[in-house]
Design a binder for this molecule. Sequence first.
Ligand code: FES
Length: 161
Amino acid sequence: MAKIVRLEPIAQETSVETNGNLLSVLLNKDLDVLKECGGRGMCATCHVYIKDGMNALSTINRREQRTLEVITSCKPNSRLACQARVLQNGVVVELPPGMYINSLQDIEELIGRRAEQDLLHPITGQVLVESGKLITRSTLKQLENTPSFQVGSFFSNSTDV
Ligand code: FES
């Protein structure tokens, strides 16, 4: 049976097969995960925080523990996405900013594309561009002061015109 995992702060939910790892959840959402070690629990490029539902994940194994110990951003709720397997519903993952922030230059490339569905502000949920409307420079100005947003999802929700 599939389990639902929620990703914050991009406010997305996705399902994963029971016992599937969080890395597959992130990749499924087109997030920017380097996975340098190929999912062997050794590089920490898949590091995430668990906002809720730590008990719904598999327990931390020794390799994961060792890898987490050497990263400075490690907190009590840290996990390696490639090692954490989803056993129950209720997992809420907090993504480190590096996984979904891209440069303003990337955003520039969105200008002139058309939104396929309402594009929402990632933090406030306010509609920035209504479905079918063009993405303009002024729209994106509204995002400039936002510390985090997922350019990838803007891309997937827009088309070239
Ligand atoms: S992909 Fe390397 S630790 Fe997870």
